[in-house]
Structures are given as C-alpha cells and as structure tokens.
Design a protein around this ligand. Structure first.
Ligand code: GDP
Length: 218
C-alpha cells in the first residue's frame, strides 16, 4: 500500500522542500483535534495526538499523494524518494502542519514564533490554501477572528473543517455549520462537518482537498 510520510519538523517556514509540490497549511487552535483529523485523513497514525497542548513551535511537514484515487504516497527519505517506491505524481502535495494557536498559557516567545511560522507559511510560493480547523461547538475566539482577518486579507483559499461533530447531536450539526460559516464569512461549500472519532465528513474533506490540489496542478 502507498503510504503518506513524515518529511520533518522545521523551526522556520522558509524551509525548502524537495521535490517542489503544491502545499496546504493545516491550522487550528490548540486542542481543536488537528492531529486526530490528520490521522483520520491519511488513514494511519502519522501525527502525534497531543497530551499537552501548546507545546510545539515547529512546522511539521507531511508528504501525501492523491494519485490513484486515494491518499497514499511513496517512501521519502533524507536523500529523496526511494527509487523502489512510486515517484511523485502530479497530485502529490505537502501538508504544512502548524502548531496549534490560542493556547492560553503560551509564552510571548511562543506566540511570536507562531506568528512568524504562520506568516512565513502563507507567503510560501507553492501554498494553494489552508485547511482551517474549528471546533464545531465553540464560538470562534478572538484568535480565530484574527486568523479569519489575516486569511481574508491575503485572499488565501480556505477549507474549514469543523471538528468533533460527534460531540453535537446530529440535528444540531448543519445549523451550527451555517452559523459558523456566517460568523467567519465563509461560504457553506468551504465548510465540512467532521469527526475523527466517527469518520463523519473525512471522505468529503479529502475530496475537497483533492479538488483544491487538482485545480492548482491542472
Ligand atoms: P490537536 O492539539 O489539535 O492536534 O488535537 P488532538 O488531535 O491532539 O486532539 C485533542 C483532544 O481532542 C484529544 O483528547 C482527542 O482525543 C480529542 N479529539 C480529537 N478529535 C476528536 C473527535 O473527532 N471527537 C472527539 N469526541 N474528540 C476528539
């Protein structure tokens, strides 16, 4: 089976990635369920689900491949692609997983480091957009609004994944999706109700990501 792979953990957002491929940033408040959803998306435990929120300051990079109808990739090593593994296809891309933001106990240094990573990521030449995770139950925080302003100002393409839907009764999910989309000034097509626990919306999110990548490579 083709496998997604962890490329590395980098303190700076201007890290050169080889081969050069489209990139998608993953952003969300600390504890929003980002690692869990990433694992659900790729179908394996690639990201570490955090025990202590707000700990990492680095950018974690993953290589994925949408070739052959699924999320899977060739093996990647320090020296590049393993020659026995599949080559990057036109649908291969990187996930740039940013540290969770908005952790109340984060130090000034952490916050500044996060801002640098974030703006650095948004400036990357091959960034096609961001997958922005928001807890479906929570009212967007001041940090979320600041993120929305930044993304809107930069005209960054956004897919909003509303996480932990299993914590809401089924009937409340769509209304909540509409409310959150309106609050964050997103189109409803940009939002996907998801749960890493039940798998709700995971295939839909994967398709939306595939679509975004496909649009940029075609
Ligand atoms: P991160 O800090 O954003 O990477 O979030 P994690 O993936 O580490 O998850 C934070 C906490 O939320 C953990 O306790 C997870 O078990 C829990 N969690 C994550 N996704 C879900 C979900 O879809 N449903 C529920 N009920 N809990 C979740």
């Amino acid at each position: 089976m083709l496998r997604p792979s962890f490329v590395g953990s980098f303190p700076r957002a201007d890290v050169p990635l080889d081969p050069s491929l489209p990139e998608l940033a993953l952003i969300g408040r600390s504890n929003v369920g980002k690692s869990s959803l990433l694992n659900a998306l790729v179908g394996q435990r690639i990201a570490r689900v955090s025990q202590t929120p707000g700990k990492t300051r680095a950018l974690n990079v993953y290589l994925l491949d949408l070739g052959r109808g699924g999320l899977g990739v060739g093996r990647y090593s320090e020296s590049g692609f393993d020659s026995h593994a599949p080559r990057p296809t036109p649908h291969a891309f990187y996930f740039l997983d940013l540290p969770g933001y908005g952790y109340a106990k984060a130090s000034k240094t952490d916050r500044a480091a996060f801002q640098r990573l974030l703006t650095g990521c948004l400036e990357r030449a091959r960034l096609v957009g961001v997958v922005w995770l928001l807890d479906i139950r929570r009212t967007p925080s001041a940090d979320d609004s600041a993120m929305q302003d930044l993304l809107a100002a930069r005209q960054t393409r956004v897919l909003a994944a509303l996480t932990k839907s299993d914590k809401l009764p089924r009937g409340e999910r769509r209304p909540r999706e509409r409310t959150l989309a309106a609050t964050l000034r997103l189109d409803e097509e940009q939002a996907v109700v998801t749960s890493a626990r039940t798998g709700e919306g995971v295939a839909e999110l994967r398709e939306a990501i595939e679509e975004l990548i496909r649009e940029t490579v075609s």
